[in-house]
Design a protein around this ligand. Structure first.
Ligand code: TRP
Ligand code: ZN
Length: 471
């Protein structure tokens, strides 16, 4: 059908493996009978107990979605390639809101399913799935997706706009428009095949495939071929001016600005070039850029934040000036947050502290404001010292504490271990854990190993104890 879609070969390859796996699960019962049991309904994050699931590991999401702005409805099939990590009688996906499922298959056979609570899609395949066997889940569904409006965490998920929609999924938005193992520690590759009325543009993570138009409908194809956490997946549908450029080393650099946004002449090129410049500079500080393309999208989405969506951040135009500072933050996240992703949301300072520190470094490099001065000003000006950076609480993951004290922790560390060791950590930490999941404990051990020092009490003071650390 869609011969050019890069996911096709992958799907075929997996279905071959699958027939073998199928034989294994249904074969002679001579071996000890496996004890099939349900996968856990959550991944174990204390802040978001229902998010994610247990019992399997997703390798790839293939999202094929048609959007009709006139009715705001989607019609979609999401196909998930996964591997059982236990003998599985039943498993959950996260899927929330009013979307109606019309068909659900596991390995091509109709599966029984129920929906429970706010976001559990409970799936019982026709036969148990052996630990280690790959399987394919395909879910077809339709309806009008509903965004999440969380009093503490703001707007996320599928957000309709004047001319389309933008999907921003941190921390819990992805399940508003596709069935997903919505936990940061089950990264997967993605293909997104999105069909919209001709004339509209679709942007998403990663690299574009061919765009085709038929019957006044245009299909856009995007693929992310590096592991991506669901919270970093993204889609933008609407009227956009798109600029294609390159960053250092020929890296494709695709930026876009919503046509309705009041721009200065040449701003499209400035945005594209500043993105390239920041990527080049950050690569010189943090090591090789982890993805196969870069860019950014300035959208009129009304969420009042920018988000480090993988390879291509989204900047809500209402985040006032989309200046080099903010680009340094969101692009810095590509190393810290996207390539390296905390397992637990309580460790989000490993994202926000480093991204904020990226702003401080940017200010020094491009505006001549020394990092130490920013540190001193932040230290003097900070009023709230009451929280714990490395466990701020579910409703406080985006608080200033996490951003500012996170960055101050890094500058305090730099003063303690010296520039040479500090900047070695800034490259070695992301290269050692590239595309992986990390924790604060691992970071502390890593720095201790790099420096041969006991930094337990230093990190306890900065990360785990409320109160203003003395300098
Ligand atoms: N993580 C985003 C960044 O720092 C910001 C963000 C995402 C946010 N969701 C939010 C900020 C909700 C406040 C509220 O780049
Ligand atoms: Zn951030």
């Amino acid at each position: 059908m869609r011969g050019a879609n890069p996911s096709r070969g992958r799907l075929l390859a997996v279905s071959v493996v699958l027939s073998a796996g199928l034989l294994a699960t249904t074969g002679p019962a001579a071996e000890a009978a496996p004890r099939f049991s349900p996968g856990a309904p959550g991944a174990g994050d204390p802040y978001f107990p229902d998010m994610g699931n247990g019992g399997y590991d997703v390798g790839h999401y293939d999202i094929r979605l048609t959007y009709r702005p006139a009715t705001q409805a989607i019609d979609a099939t999401t196909t998930i390639l996964a591997t059982a990590t236990q003998d599985l009688s039943r498993f959950d996906l996260d899927f929330q809101g009013p979307l109606t499922i019309s068909r659900l298959t596991v390995n091509g056979l109709n599966a029984t399913y129920t929906r429970s609570g706010a976001q559990e899609l409970v799936i019982t395949p026709p036969y148990g799935l052996r630990k280690g066997s790959p399987f394919v889940v395909s879910v077809s569904y339709a309806g009008v997706p509903q965004k999440i409006d969380d009093p503490a965490l703001g707007l996320s998920g599928w957000v309709t706009t004047k001319d389309g929609a933008v999907a921003l999924n941190q921390p819990i938005g992805a399940a508003t428009y596709y069935p997903v193992n919505d936990t940061p520690d089950d990264k997967a590759t993605y293909t997104q095949t999105i069909t919209v009325p001709a004339g509209l543009t679709v942007l998403a993570n990663g690299e574009p495939g061919p765009t085709t138009t038929r019957d006044h409908q245009t299909t856009f194809r995007w693929s992310m071929n590096r592991p991506m956490a669901s919270e970093l997946s993204m889609l933008a549908i609407g009227n956009y001016d798109v600029t294609h450029g390159t960053a250092a080393g020929g890296l494709p650099n695709i930026t876009a600005i919503g046509k309705s946004i009041d721009t200065k002449p040449g701003q499209g090129n400035v945005f594209n070039q500043t993105t390239a410049q920041v990527i080049q500079w950050e690569s010189s500080v943090y090591g090789p850029y982890p993805f196969d393309s870069t860019g950014g999208i300035i959208a009129d989405v009304g969420v009042h934040y920018a988000l480090e969506t993988q390879s291509r951040p989204v900047y809500d135009q209402r985040t006032s000036d989309v200046d080099g500072d903010l680009l340094a933050h969101e692009l810095g996240h590509q190393w810290f947050g996207d390539s390296l992703t905390p397992v637990r949301w309580s460790d989000i300072w490993l994202n926000e502290g480093f991204a904020t520190y990226s702003e401080w470094l940017y200010q020094e490099k491009f505006n001549g404001i020394p990092v130490q001065q920013t540190f001193a000003d932040t230290y003097a000006g900070e009023e709230d010292w009451s929280g714990k950076v490395a466990d701020p609480g579910r409703d406080h993951i985006f608080d200033d504490l996490v951003y500012n004290r996170g960055a101050m922790t890094l500058q305090a560390l730099r003063l303690k271990i010296g520039d040479r060791a500090f900047f070695r950590v800034l490259t070695q930490w992301p290269s050692t854990h590239r595309y992986g999941n990390v924790s604060t404990q691992e970071f502390i051990r890593f720095v201790e190993q790099q420096t041969g020092r006991d930094l337990g009490s230093f990190f306890r003071t900065w990360l785990y104890q409320p109160g203003k650390p003395t300098l």
